[in-house]
Design a protein around this ligand. Structure first.
Ligand SMILES: *Cc1c(COP(=O)(O)O)cnc(C)c1O
Length: 794
């Protein structure tokens, strides 16, 4: 009855050069049902489409055509469910109850717990298991009324916590157009009250699209005949609905040796064949004797079975057979290649062979775990992958009704920690937008003392025109003497400070940072020393390092005021070549009084002739009555006043800084600057912006007012605030300034954690930004994250 495939002769050739042969060498030789789902998809496509368009009406028409029933509605009435349960044979009911109890226990044990993984401080990924909202369960009712399939679908869905369950099974002519009463009874037993009488492709389409009383579901599960499977594949492929694995005709493989009982083996092969004429029954054995005995047993048992024709068709089809192997090792490869829906191991030492199985829907070990046990009452699920799909899919379980959702929570700091990696990977994938998304953008950025007002449209147009003009000569090097620009800058300085400044006194570079670096290159160097007085601008030691100049950090008094005596002793001791002094100072914001600049310049001249650089990056913001060091230029040939267009001029992106000093000093810078250091585009941009000086500086008056208001407000709130001649304010003091900084950031305001401990620096922005800042600061204080500032109760 069963055909024989003899694999005891040498192994089939693996395709030349293919890696990972092993069981894969046998995938083409094992018996396999012909189950052409793709062809069936074309058959069901119009049915599915019809249900999508016409809904319940179409479903009922197909029920009339395929199942021979006339229905008023596809919904099964509640009374039919109750009546079916009342009429249920008590033995069947007891069997169902035990089946439910066991399956529920395994489902509960298999429920995955939520997890949370901390990857770093403030970096957590949690996994939350979320049940499906609504599922549709398909229970075949065609050849055999598979009441057990109700249990196998419903129990895991219920244990998973699915919100709503719809179950459908094909209408039976013999039962008044309703599904088989045992199926209805099982639904009632399990408390499933939304049941439909629809089968085949039209039922799957009804669940997926919704039709009449049936709302659409998110997932369809359950076995079925080929058209059901085809409809699931079609609708899943179209993205309409999720499905469990595709179940084709049922199948069994039995790996057995001479210790197996031929009667048991034959009975199990037969019981599978009983499901369906297309069912596969495969025996893999190293014992020709057992093979003969099993075939003899089958002849006997088939003759006595109820569904003889069905069984005979199944056993004689190409999907069934005996595979003879040399030994059980080869047998293990063969059954792994077959990837059976159900695999029985009936050998000596069955557990150890079972442990070597990698592909199977379910494995039944030893002589007392027949597949029929698994079909009903083992506590395992019998909805299993068929047709070799077990090499990539699992059987139905509580997992099918849940989704694992990753919940990613990162703090700002945690994101910052990993941002570089994200950017690098995004660049590698040529998705720069992904990288940009992790750069920290804060609604209110008050951290780098930028001017919050962008250039006006008129200014933008002039800059664009000037750059366009410059572009016409970009084949030539720029004017290395910066003639026009120095003239315009000299005119501007003269106007701004009232001190006559000549173009020959002016020098410019890419930002005042470069101007100062050039000063260090010209006047510092190995064996020489540069000095500044902390707290001050953090870039100064960098210039010293870059120019290999020694660095000496003096200090200011506790109240940040300049200590001329301390400076004098430092100057006498170190005879510095360069002294760097910002005025207004950064981060304190306070300008130096002329009583400091003049004596210091003199002191330097008397102690080796070093230059005094007064960094007036914020000069335009100084309070009225505070003089610029430009006024002292004539008295001190060793005095340099640097300025920038980055702050007051709102041109931080233009990178233009400059200085005024004696022509001897500008000459010295010509020696160290790189050739053509300032591009013609930069020169053109700066010149065009200088043409709008009045307009650009108009915002300065507004920012100064905002600054004064801010100082007043913070003092009223009890904070200590340094006097500010700049567009920023240093305030404190906090026991934990970082907590305050962080609290502000969490409220969308980024300021600067800089300067002496306990202090924070905030730039002056637009009135709206300042409102956001003061509100956030109040909230942070409110939140008691911050102790009362030390100054508050004095
Ligand atoms: C912002 C700032 C500068 C300006 O630097 P640029 O290179 O001109 O942008 C210079 N000095 C101090 C103290 C500053 O805070």
């Amino acid at each position: 009855m069963l055909r024989t495939i003899d694999l005891r002769t040498p192994d089939p050739d693996a395709p030349a050069g293919r890696r990972h042969a092993g069981w894969r060498a046998y995938t083409d030789v094992v018996p396999r049902a012909e189950f052409d789902v793709e062809a069936a998809v074309e058959v069901v496509r119009p049915v599915v489409e019809d249900v999508r368009v016409r809904g319940e009406e179409a479903v009922r028409e197909y029920s009339a055509r395929f199942d021979g029933v006339e229905q008023d509605t596809v919904a099964v009435p509640a009374e039919a469910l109750t009546a079916a349960l009342e009429a249920l044979d008590p033995a069947v009911r007891a069997g169902l109850e035990e089946s439910v109890r066991r399956l529920r226990a395994t489902c509960e044990a298999e429920l995955e717990a939520d997890t949370a993984t901390d990857l770093a401080a403030g970096a957590r990924v949690a996994k939350r298991m979320v049940p499906m909202d609504r599922v549709g369960l398909y229970v075949p009712g065609g050849i055999a009324p598979l009441v057990s399939s109700v249990v196998m679908n419903v129990v895991p869905a219920q244990v998973a916590g699915v919100g709503s369950i719809a179950l459908t099974s094909s209408p039976q002519k013999a039962h008044g157009g309703l599904p088989h009463p045992t199926i209805l009874a099982a639904c009632a037993l399990l408390g499933v009250d939304e049941v439909y009488a629809a089968g085949g492709a039209q039922a799957i389409a009804m669940l997926a699209y919704g039709a009449g009383p049936c709302a659409p579901v998110d997932l369809v599960t359950g076995p079925g005949a080929i058209y059901t499977v085809a409809a699931k594949r079609l609708l899943n492929g179209q993205g309409v609905v999720g499905i469990d694995s595709e179940a084709g005709p049922t199948e069994i493989a039995i790996l057995a040796d001479e210790t197996a009982d031929p009667a048991f083996v034959a009975a199990d092969l037969l019981s599978q064949a009983e499901h369906d004429p297309m069912a596969g029954s495969v025996l893999v054995t190293d014992s020709p004797q057992l093979a003969d005995d099993v075939v003899a047993e089958l002849d006997k048992q088939v003759a006595a079975t109820r569904h003889v024709e069905r069984v005979r068709t199944a056993l004689t089809g190409p999907q069934s057979g005996v595979v003879l192997v040399r030994d059980l090792d080869q047998g293990v490869d063969v059954v792994n290649a077959y990837a059976a829906e159900h695999l029985e191991i009936q050998t000596r030492d069955a557990s150890s062979y079972a442990a070597r199985i990698v592909n199977a829907g379910a494995v039944f070990v030893g002589g007392f775990a027949p597949v029929s046990l698994g079909d009903y009452c083992a506590g395992s699920n019998h909805v299993l992958p068929t047709g070799g799909c077990a090499c990539h899919s699992s059987g139905l379980s509580v997992r099918a009704f849940l989704r694992a959702v990753h919940v990613v929570e990162y703090s700002r700091d945690a994101l910052a920690e990993v941002a570089d990696h994200v950017v690098a990977l995004a660049e590698a994938e040529d998705l720069p937008g992904h990288g940009a998304a992790v750069s920290l953008e804060v609604p209110v950025a008050l951290n780098v003392n930028e001017n919050p007002y962008a250039p006006s449209p008129g200014c933008v147009a002039d800059i664009a025109a000037a750059v366009a003009q410059a572009a016409t000569t970009l084949n030539r090097y720029p004017d290395r003497e910066l003639t026009d620009l120095r003239e315009a800058l000299a005119a501007y300085l003269t106007r701004e400070s009232g001190v006559a400044v000549e173009p020959a006194q002016v020098w410019a570079a890419n930002g005042s940072n470069e101007v100062m670096l050039q000063l260090l290159q010209a006047f510092g160097g190995p064996g020489r020393t540069a000095v500044s007085f902390a707290p001050t601008y953090s870039m100064y030691p960098e210039y010293a390092r870059d120019s290999v100049t020694g660095w000496v950090a003096g200090r200011r008094r506790e109240d940040f005021s300049f200590d001329l005596d301390h400076a004098e002793s430092l100057v006498e001791e170190h005879r510095p070549s360069v002294v760097l002094l910002p005025s207004p100072n950064n981060p304190t914001g306070t300008a130096l009084p002329p009583e400091v600049v003049s004596p210091l310049a003199t002191m330097l001249r008397q102690n080796g002739g070093g230059v005094l650089v007064v960094d007036e990056a914020y000069a335009e913001f100084r309070r009225s009555g505070v003089p610029s060091a430009l006024e002292l230029l004539d008295d001190h040939p060793n005095l340099v006043v640097t300025r920038t267009m980055s702050k007051a001029f709102a041109l931080a992106g233009g990178r233009l800084g400059y200085l005024a000093a004696s022509p001897a000093i500008t000459d010295a810078l010509r020696v160290v600057r790189l050739p053509y250091h300032l591009s013609s585009v930069s020169q053109a941009t700066a010149l065009a912006a200088l043409g709008h000086a009045d307009e650009l500086l108009g915002a300065v008056a507004e920012l100064r007012r905002g600054r004064d208001d801010l100082v007043r407000h913070l003092r009223e709130e009890g904070y200590e605030v340094a006097e500010s001649d700049a567009n920023f304010v240093l305030f404190g003091r906090f026991e934990d300034r970082h907590a305050v900084w962080q609290g502000l950031l969490e409220r969308g305001v980024l300021i600067r954690e800089t300067g002496p401990d306990g202090w924070l620096r905030v730039s002056v922005g637009t009135p709206a930004e300042m409102d956001a800042f003061t509100a956030a600061l109040a909230a942070v204080r409110e939140n008691a994250m911050v102790r009362t500032p030390q100054g508050a109760d004095r």
